[in-house]
Design a protein around this ligand. Sequence first.
Ligand code: PHE
Ligand code: NA
Length: 446
Amino acid sequence: MSKLSHAQWSSKMAFILAATGSAVGLGNIWRFSYMVGDSGGAAFVLIYLACVALVGLPILVAEWLIGRRGQENPINSMVDLARKNGRLPAWALVGASGVLAAFLILSFYSVIGGWSLSYTLGSVTGAFTGQDADGVSAIFTGLLGNPLALTLWHTAFMALVVWIVARGVTKGLEGAVRTLMPALVVLMLVLVGYGMTTGHFGEALAFMFSPDWGAVTGEVVLAAMGQAFFTLSLGMGIMMAYGSYLGEDVNLIGTARTVIILDTAIALLAGLAIFPIVFANGLSPGEGPGLIFVTLPLAFGNMTGGMILGLMFFLLLTFAALTSAISLLEPVVELMEERTPLSRVSATLVGGVAVWALGIAALMSFNVWDDFLILGLNVFDLLDTFTSKFLLPLTGLGAILFVAWRLDRDSVAAELNLSGGQATLWHLVSRFVAPVGVILVFVSSL
Ligand code: PHE
Ligand code: NA
């Protein structure tokens, strides 16, 4: 457990790119849009934004801070820091539940990564060209109904992830993140532009930003908070692990703000691109996990240059999914490497195969096992619900409570470059607003 075993990020930029690579992914485009649609629109969006600012930001900062002070994998970081502060290693549970969450999330994340790969190929072969809503829906239904195809795409995606993590070339991807992220933003803007031509942009705007508070339930609030955790890669030990590579010179709050603004902007753009298409084609916003796959191909199939733009979009989406997936596998591998005799390559293979196997169960929820329900949920929904609505908020709560209540208040303020009123504000938000927010959301959803 030596501090020397960890190299530090070559630069502040490298760290921002890695954190952004983890944050920006399917959560922004695929999951955000379908959750908004499922939860009835604007109220969900606004609650989500509030959760990002009041809960997400402080927890992101707390995770980085724990990682930077602990300098190790999440579990060891929490244990060591707790010991130094004379506390029981019960805090280790916080780190452990994060690694468990990363493992469970990757299993279904890879299935959707597979869909994205499959749509990349579909764009090249012109499968969407000139299709109407029925045609595009039929393509998606065909994919879902084919467990073999789903397994092949899921396997291909997982194989890419394992290959990259095993070779330890993650850092090599940072440069790519730097160029491909802006490209993704540009393509999203093109899609929003297409949405404006549908004549239903106003309807989409109202759907996303004009709330019907009467329809808000505890369930919707919990879903919004779960999305905030998921999209920022919080409550999984991932940001803690990144923090462990972080130099003292990095301004945690400023960096968190940068990452969060980018992540949120991409999600909102995705919504503004997708919902005009939904309304223009008489589709249902509550379509579920297939929402982007039955809407965006319509745009690409019917706009000039759509084939090449579609190809670029799904390639970029797959790339964004890959960088997130890599960050999900890393903590699992890091833990196995430090706690077992396995080498990095073996640890990656063992972890990857275990995740892959669980992913098979998840993808069968869309076909052969669609009537196999646990607590009324299929395996896919169960994995998603249990992690985003339970494990992540709980782990994140542990992280913020630890920083706010267990670490020395003055040293934390100093580390965050805060003094005076700002230090007080951080103190209040981290001790009360964020944790009470998480607890209230839990309670209100019961
Ligand atoms: N934040 C990623 C996204 O929005 C998903 C993710 C979750 C990545 C958890 C890492 C950890 O797609
Ligand atoms: Na995200």
